[in-house]
Each structure stands twice: as structure tokens, then as C-alpha cells.
Design a protein. Structure first.
Length: 287
């Protein structure tokens, strides 16, 4: 237990460590580093009041079952902190270096629970994002009755969501309960602009029979409305930066960035895709 206790204290990710070995370490400060004998330990514990003795032992050991518990405060603010790796390293040390059987060692606590929760959130978020994309594609098919329009409408918003995830990776922003939902939210909100634009573009194309003219008139009409509505959404989410809770601040900033990227994609990439895949325009028609 003393070996595991000292190993945890030497880990840079671990702060204060408490266990039954803490009593021995305190005693060594009195005995100039000499470990207490069994008789001395029995004498010290016997001199303590029963309630205090039970409080000191019960929190870290159960003599009847032979179970011991080490409590450690984990420092999770490090830039390269990995919960799963830390738990794996602790189990490896106790088994390979100290000699415990693998079934006799279990790393538990809030760190492990939070890591498992994030893994489940990540798995569910991947499924949610796939469902959002499928639902968006089906919605485009129902509204526009064209598979080509549906695919072209989804592509810019997928790229915008991917760009937000890329920004998070480049900035070193970890995925947590708040930031892990950004991708699905950006697709769900950003797809509104694509719906407005494609609906207007289809009407302009039917009237003018020219792709480039339809894009130009769509920009001049619905494009202006898209700009101001998206700006309103960005300002609304930007209010979250005033929060004192860092995850909430990150959620507001990243959602605003996602909306800006979605608007940029729907006003630049989407028209380019429409011109590219819907045929060559007739350039002899005046604006």
C-alpha cells in the first residue's frame, strides 16, 4: 500500500493522496524515517478513542474483508490529461510492479465515472449526428422533391460542422458535456439557411431559366435576410460569454462560430455547387 501511495504522489496528474499508509508516513516523520513495528501500531491505535480509530481506519480499509482504499485528488486541468490512460497506468503499476492480482485492483471514483459518461456521450452524439443528417436529407427531399437539391443542401452544413470540430481540435478545446453537442446543433440550425436559399433559388431558376441569374437574384433577395437572421442568432449565443462557467462560455462561442461558418458556406459554397452541378448558364440573359 505504501508503494502504491508513493507512486500516486509522484504522478503529475495527482494531488493529495490519502490511505492507511498516510498514518505510517506521519509516524516516520516522528521516528526519523523508521517504519513503525506491529506492536507500535497496535499501541497507537489502542490509545485512540474508539470513534476516532474507526474514523481513521474505516474510510481507507475494511480489515474484515481485507479491502483497502486509496483516495487521490486528480488534477484534470492539464492540457494533455487523459483519464483513461491514468487509470490504465495505475492498474498496470499495481499489478506488474507491486504484485497485486488483476482482479484485486479496481480504479473507481468521479474521474472514471466522468470518463465513461463522456465516452457514452460521444457514442450517442455520433448516432445523433447521423440521425440529424438523415432527417435533414429526407426533409430536403420532401420540400424540394429533388435528390440533387437535397444532397447539395446538406454538403455545406456538414462541412461547417466539421470545420467547428477542426477549430476545437486546433485550439485544444476538449469534448465535454457542452461542446460535444456543437456539431449536431450547428447542422440543425444552419440547415435553415440552406432551406431558404434553395427554395428561393428554385423559384428564380424557373422564372429566369439560368443558373447564374438565379444565384444572383437569390443573393440579392433571400441572401440579405439570411445574413441578418444568422447575425441575430450569433448575437444571441454570444451572450453566453458573460457566464462564469467556462463550458457555457465555450458553448456560446463555438455555437456562434458554427453559425457564422454555416452562413458562409450557404452563401458561398452552396451557390458554387448549384452552378457546378446544375448545368452551364446562358450568359446572354441580362440581369
Amino acid at each position: 500500500m505504501l508503494a502504491v501511495h508513493r507512486y500516486l504522489e509522484e504522478r503529475p496528474e495527482v494531488g493529495k493522496v490519502l490511505s492507511v499508509a498516510s498514518l505510517d508516513l506521519v509516524a516516520r516523520q516522528i521516528t526519523d524515517g523508521r517504519p513503525l513495528t506491529g506492536a507500535e501500531i497496535a499501541g497507537i491505535l489502542g490509545a485512540l478513542p474508539e470513534d476516532l480509530r474507526a474514523e481513521l481506519i474505516r474510510a481507507y480499509a475494511d480489515p474484515a474483508s481485507g479491502q483497502f482504499r486509496i483516495s487521490a485528488r486528480v488534477i484534470e486541468s492539464g492540457p494533455s490529461f487523459d483519464r483513461a490512460e491514468l487509470a490504465s497506468e495505475i492498474e498496470r503499476f499495481t499489478v506488474e510492479e507491486v504484485g497485486f492480482a488483476p482482479d484485486d485492483v479496481e480504479v473507481t471514483g468521479m474521474m472514471v465515472m466522468f470518463d465513461n459518461m463522456l465516452k457514452q456521450l460521444f457514442s450517442s452524439q455520433v448516432n445523433t449526428l447521423a440521425y440529424v443528417l438523415l432527417a435533414t436529407l429526407l426533409m430536403f427531399l420532401v420540400l424540394l422533391r429533388s435528390l440533387k437539391y437535397a444532397v447539395l443542401g446538406v454538403v455545406p452544413n456538414v462541412l461547417a460542422a466539421g470545420s467547428v470540430i477542426a477549430v476545437m481540435g486546433y485550439a485544444g478545446i476538449p469534448l465535454d458535456m457542452m461542446t460535444i453537442t456543437i456539431a449536431a446543433i450547428s447542422v440543425g440550425i444552419g440547415v435553415d439557411d440552406a432551406i431558404h436559399y434553395l427554395h428561393r433559388f428554385r423559384e428564380e431558376r424557373e422564372d429566369r431559366q439560368d443558373v447564374r441569374l438565379a444565384v444572383a437574384w437569390s443573393h440579392a433577395t433571400i441572401g440579405r435576410a439570411m445574413y441578418f437572421t444568422t447575425l441575430t442568432v450569433i448575437v444571441g449565443f454570444s451572450v453566453l460569454v458573460l457566464s462564469n462557467f467556462v463550458p457555457t462560455v465555450l458553448f456560446g462561442v463555438l455555437t456562434a462560430v458554427a453559425m457564422a461558418l454555416a452562413l458562409l458556406a450557404n452563401l458561398s459554397l452552396l451557390p458554387s455547387l448549384l452552378v457546378l452541378f446544375l448545368g452551364e448558364p446562358r450568359r446572354d440573359l441580362p440581369l
